[in-house]
Design a protein around this ligand. Sequence first.
Ligand code: BES
Ligand code: MN
Ligand code: ZN
Length: 461
Amino acid sequence: MPARFSEAKTDTIPIRLIAPADVPDAFADLTEAQRSWINHMGFAAKPGQVLSLADASGRPALALIGLGKPEARKRTRFAVGATIAQLPAGTYRIDALPEDVSGNEVGLGYLLSCYRFDRYRNQPQVKAGLVAPPGTNAANLEQIVEAESLTRDLINTPAEDMGPDALEAAMRDLAGRFGADVTATEGEALIGANLPLIHTVGRAATRAPRLLDMTWGNSGPTLTLVGKGVCFDTGGLNLKPGASMGLMKKDMGGAATVLGLAQMIMSAALPLRLRVLIPAVENNVAGNAFRPGDILTARNGLTVEINNTDAEGRLVLADALALASETPPDLMISMATLTGAARVAVGPDLAPFYTDDDPLAAALAMAASNVADPVWRMPFHTPYESMIEPGIADLDNAPKGGFAGSITAALFLRRFVKDTPRYAHFDIYGWQPNAAPGRPKGGVGQGARSVFEALPEVLNL
Ligand code: BES
Ligand code: MN
Ligand code: ZN
């Protein structure tokens, strides 16, 4: 069930968002009975504090929600929307937003809190409906959250049911809904099509590797999205220890996020031409697996020494980025659960991104705050280029020591991007380790809302 706002009917229950500084003035218009009840219940407008009030005949009259002090509010996002989603059954409305509360954040927080992963088990649904907050575009927020739900579903689905074949089916399903075209190059055909690294990384798995290519739109500027679709990452012959492998169904988080972003773009009918490339593989172990020490030649002719088969994401992305660069778009964006180093650097909440384009970086940072999707710029530090040069081949896929691991991975990708005026790469985590407002534990999109919000400015739409 897609998350939706309610119609603005007459019998909706008003919500009042209250800051601690506004207590008790905010209750001046209430009945004496209500005021004494508020007093009795100790409502002090603490963050997330809720109090439902009844009228004289016992019907719901008003819901009070505490905002907490400004400093406390900075510690979290989506708190108000998530609190609304926990209210008792009923349809609620917000008549007025305090000046410093964003209607978009409240609306997104509510809709995102309605997400349930119920493919394998029914989950209790949210009982509280909400009319879109004042000043928001209900359809726009609903489209964004529906797309985010797709991303979450794809990441949450276990690898057994989300292999390269299922990821292809997901892309075809999305394309079918919006009239986009899909081509897939699969298995041995990858060799003939000169996508050797995608084939090599995926060849040990029983489910064939493939390059998925979706196109949509016929006029306007061009945007190419590239997403890492490693449907399961065992590490290959450099096998991951159990604790590190446990979550690796999420290693297609980049693919899931660019598909969600594509859905945002297509459902909003943005006037642009979109291409989505996803190398979809499983990095697995078998007698024909690629090995440490192998030297592989990528699509663009660069040779790569394999120093760790677990640094597979940059390999499959290399071929996809080289292919993408052959038809250079106005803007190219890659998203990938590429390195553990990115998570060490910024943790699970921030989406680190790399770009050489300052206006693009500024637009992303501005957009991020509008849509509560925090991103953080990282440096494409050119002096580290020597770290990815092994000597006996052009590139090393896993520099020893691991210094600046997320940066060296990003530099590796940049080697495959040519003739493209603007490129940004996101090294995302794609997973919410502990439940937070609007984000249950599990798969989560990162950076997609920010990119979507920035596109009109960046591409002059
Ligand atoms: N998919 C992993 C990166 C990853 C690990 C993301 C854990 C999020 C959480 C990637 O394929 C990988 O294994 N990267 C290695 C690279 C190293 C061998 C150079 C890493 O980060 O350890
Ligand atoms: Mn890996
Ligand atoms: Zn990986």
